[in-house]
Design a binder for this molecule. Structure first.
Ligand SMILES: C[S@@+](CC[C@H](N)C(=O)[O-])C[C@H]1O[C@@H](n2cnc3c(N)ncnc32)[C@H](O)[C@@H]1O
Length: 298
C-alpha cells in the first residue's frame, strides 16, 4: 500500500484561481461515496464481458488520501460519508463490495485512508484493461503518479498533467473501443459547468458508444439546474440521471446539500442496480429529514 505524501499547501494567494481546489479536504464524503459506488457498478458491468476496455478519468485527483491527518482531518467530511458505512454488516451488494474494496486500502482495520476514483478503478480492472488519467494540479499530479507508479511502468495506466476537458479529445475513441469516461471536475470555476457539456458533445462525436459518467454537486446555484437540463438534452441514445440529497439546502443558499450522477449510455441494468442500493445509502447518509434520492431515465 502506498500513502500519499502530503504536499506543501499552496496558499490561495499563490495558486492560480482554478487550481485552489484540493480533493483531500473532501475525500470519502457523501458525494465521494455516491460517485464511487456508481463508478463501481459501471466497472462491474464492463468486467462481465471478456473484452478489455479503457477507463478515462478526466479529473483524477491525487489517487489516495490519508483521512486522519492533513487536509482530510480538518473538516473530517469522511465521517459523514464512508464513516457511516464502515462498521455496517447489513450492506446491500454493491455497497458491500465498495466498502470491502476501501478496506483493502486499510489493512489495519481502522479507517485511515481513502482511495480516489483512479485507484478504486485499478483495484477492479483486469490485466488487459487500461486507464488514462488527467490531473492538472501539479501537486496532485505528482501524488497520483506516485500511487500509480507500478501500473504506469507496466503501461496499464497513463497519467497526464493536462486539462482533462480538452486533453480527452486525443484519447477518444480509445483503441479498445469499449470504455467508461468519468467526468468529475471541481466546479470551482463557473466555466466548468459549460466545459462539461462542450466536452461531452465533442466526446460523443468521437466515441458515441462510450459510457460517460458525470458527477456534479447539488448547490443552490442557477448553473447547476442549467447543467442538469443541458445534460438531458445531449444526443445520448439513453441516459440515467440520479440524485442523492442528504440534507435540506441551507437557508443562506450556501453549501452542497447532495450530489448527482448523469450517466450517458448506461448499462441497461444500472437503474435497477442503483435502485436497489440507494434506499439503504440514503438512510445511512441522511443528515436531516430532507434526505432522498431520485432516479430518472431517458
Ligand atoms: C473532484 S476532484 C477529482 C476526484 C477524483 N475523481 C475522485 O473521485 O477521487 C477534481 C480534480 O480535478 C483537478 N482539476 C481541476 N481542473 C482540471 C482540469 N481542467 N483538468 C484536469 N484536472 C483538473 C483538481 O486539481 C482536482 O484534483
Amino acid at each position: 500500500m502506498q500513502w500519499i505524501a502530503f504536499a506543501t499547501v499552496r496558499s490561495a494567494e499563490n495558486a492560480p484561481e482554478m487550481l485552489s481546489y484540493r480533493h483531500a479536504f473532501h475525500a470519502g464524503n457523501h458525494a465521494d461515496v455516491f460517485k464511487h459506488v456508481t463508478q463501481l457498478a459501471l466497472l462491474d458491468y464492463l468486467n462481465q464481458k471478456d473484452k478489455n476496455y479503457y477507463y478515462i478519468d478526466t479529473h483524477a485527483g491525487a489517487g489516495l488520501y490519508a483521512l486522519t491527518k492533513g487536509y482530510a482531518a480538518k473538516n473530517t467530511e469522511y465521517e459523514s460519508g464512508i464513516g457511516k458505512l464502515w462498521q455496517r454488516h447489513d450492506l446491500p451488494e454493491i455497497l458491500a463490495r465498495y466498502v470491502a474494496l476501501v478496506k483493502t486500502f486499510n489493512p489495519g482495520g481502522a479507517l485511515c485512508c481513502y482511495p480516489g476514483s483512479p485507484l478504486l478503478a485499478q483495484r477492479v480492472m483486469r490485466a488487459g484493461d487500461k486507464s488514462r488519467l488527467f490531473e492538472l494540479h501539479p501537486a496532485d499530479y505528482d501524488l497520483l503518479t506516485e500511487c500509480c507508479a507500478d501500473k504506469i511502468k507496466n503501461k496499464q495506466v497513463y497519467v497526464q498533467k493536462a486539462d482533462g476537458f480538452t486533453g480527452i479529445k486525443a484519447a477518444l475513441p480509445p483503441p479498445l473501443r469499449r470504455g467508461l469516461v468519468l467526468v468529475d471536475p471541481a466546479y470551482e470555476v463557473k466555466s466548468d459547468y459549460i466545459s462539461v457539456i462542450r466536452m461531452l458533445r465533442e466526446g460523443l462525436l468521437r466515441f458515441a458508444t462510450g459510457i460517460y459518467a458525470v458527477w456534479y454537486p447539488l448547490l443552490s446555484r442557477p448553473e447547476v439546474s442549467v447543467l442538469a437540463e443541458k445534460l438531458e438534452k445531449l444526443p445520448f441514445k439513453t441516459w440515467l440521471h440520479v440524485t442523492l440529497i442528504v440534507q435540506k439546502p441551507a437557508a443562506n443558499g450556501f453549501g452542497m446539500f447532495g450530489s448527482a450522477m448523469f450517466i450517458g449510455n448506461p448499462p441497461w441494468t444500472l437503474a435497477e442496480t442503483l435502485g436497489r442500493e440507494l434506499p439503504y445509502l440514503t438512510e445511512r447518509l441522511r443528515q436531516d429529514d430532507a434526505a432522498c434520492f431520485s432516479v430518472k431515465t431517458s
